[in-house]
Design a binder for this molecule. Structure first.
Ligand SMILES: Cc1cc2nc3c(=O)[nH]c(=O)nc-3n(C[C@H](O)[C@H](O)[C@H](O)COP(=O)(O)OP(=O)(O)OC[C@H]3O[C@@H](n4cnc5c(N)ncnc54)[C@H](O)[C@@H]3O)c2cc1C
Length: 377
């Protein structure tokens, strides 16, 4: 038996490729554009890959013990982070002790997302949410090398990526695993097609992408794309093809719609946006508030080490629920998603976006919002 046995549940973490000593596994995009392993004839069916595969494990509900909300005191870093910049406080702490930080960065052409470390890119490049599946890039073996040398390692990734790292490395006091309250990931095919479309519209290369631009405030995020010719594309999510469909369900990976990590985390710490701020009567200055869940003793120690960098408050668990996205496994959503992805496969993301409910562009979305308001009255 090899990794092919779990292909339909595969989340593309590439743990299998890194663990295979024979080099029999490589990672490629499947027909929808999600990263998946391919096994070649060097495989001897030893089953090692399956043992380290998070899709091959069953998960029971696991409660987190302590919740906090807060933000980093450094205002510039806070502004340049998705939420309250809690990730950066952990990164500062690990880097100042001679450690390494792994996270997601855009590729040089901004057409894909790659798991990189501060050995190769700046901490700035790892900041901010990228709404596309990240290519693992041999991350598991790189982490193993750093841990062997006794270095501290911080990894921030999706709950499934973090589950794969926990399977490989178990509990190691030098390894701090952080995941986020994840709403699912989109395929590189859709994302790269969209960037190419913008380049065509603006007749220029993309030189930066920010899908959590806070110019209108953290709770009114915008996508902001800069081009070589100095032009800037900036839109609220509901008026942008990519963000509209990313926040809908249409371009999520199928295993994300039935995600088994929604109620189970293998991370030491889970981070997210504190969308429960209104219910908890917390004032919002528009700069971003992080939600922080401490899941392990290792996580507790890390939080103690970064407290001086933060404005931090403890929080009742009931206000954390706003960060969670429920599962989207109802048959209507899956049917819609599959029809949309068929068009992405046959044509392109932009073709599918124009054809489906975004077909009237911003006007169509405005019309929909108006109709919804009238119906609610
Ligand atoms: C795809 C995705 C879905 C999310 N869904 C939710 C949600 O439903 N609810 C919620 O409360 N929060 C969600 N988040 C988390 C939230 O957007 C922030 O990333 C998180 O709160 C950390 O913010 P920060 O200000 O501390 O740091 P930031 O500087 O924003 O750090 C973001 C961290 O996430 C890592 N990262 C970014 N993109 C990816 C990626 N594609 N794959 C792996 N790692 C990545 C970065 O390397 C960095 O370490 C999601 C994030 C992503 C990437």
């Amino acid at each position: 038996m090899n990794i092919n046995a779990v292909s339909k549940d595969c989340i593309g973490c590439a743990a299998c490729m890194d663990i295979c000593a024979l080099g029999a596994i490589s990672i490629h995009c499947d027909s929808e554009g999600f990263y998946k392993p391919q096994v070649d004839d060097k495989c001897i069916n030893c089953g090692k890959c399956l043992k380290k595969c998070p899709a091959n494990t069953s998960k029971t509900e696991k409660k987190v013990s302590e919740f906090y909300y807060g933000w980093i005191l450094d205002d510039t870093v806070r502004k340049n982070s998705s939420s309250g910049g809690f990730f950066s406080s952990l990164a500062n702490y690990v880097l100042s002790s001679g450690g390494v930080v792994f996270g997601a960065a855009y590729s040089n052409d901004f057409k894909s997302v790659v798991m990189e470390s501060t050995e190769d890119v700046s901490l700035d490049a790892l900041r901010v949410s990228k709404y596309c599946q990240a290519f693992s890039n041999g991350m598991h073996n790189k982490i193993a090398d750093h841990l062997k040398k006794g270095r501290k390692v911080l990894v921030v990734g999706t709950p499934c990526q973090i589950a794969s790292l926990r399977l490989r490395f178990a509990n190691n006091e030098n390894l701090l695993l952080v995941d986020f309250f994840c709403g699912g990931i989109a395929p590189v095919s859709a994302y790269s097609n969209y960037i190419e479309y913008l380049e065509k519209c603006y007749k220029s290369k993309v030189i930066s992408v920010n899908m959590r631009d806070k110019s209108l405030g953290w709770n009114l995020p915008k996508i902001r794309v800069k081009f070589e010719n100095g032009k800037v594309y900036s839109k609220r999510y509901q008026f942008d093809y990519y963000c509209h469909y990313f926040y809908g369900k249409n371009i999520k990976n199928l295993p994300c719609l039935t995600c088994k990590f929604t109620n189970h985390t293998d991370a030491d710490i889970t981070i997210g946006d504190f969308w429960g701020y209104k219910s908890a009567n917390v004032s919002n200055d528009g700069k971003g508030i992080s939600l922080i869940a401490i899941n392990t003793e290792n996580g507790k120690i890390a939080l103690d080490c970064v407290k001086t960098q933060l404005q931090l408050y403890s929080l009742d668990e009931k206000y954390a629920k706003y960060a969670y996205r429920g599962k989207d496994n109802n048959t209507q959503i899956i049917k819609q998603r599959n029809e949309f992805m068929e068009d992405v496969k046959k044509h392109s993301f932009v073709y599918a976006a124009k054809k489906h409910d975004f077909r009237y562009g911003s006007f169509g979305v405005l019309l929909k919002i108006l109709i919804r308001k009238v119906v609610r009255k």
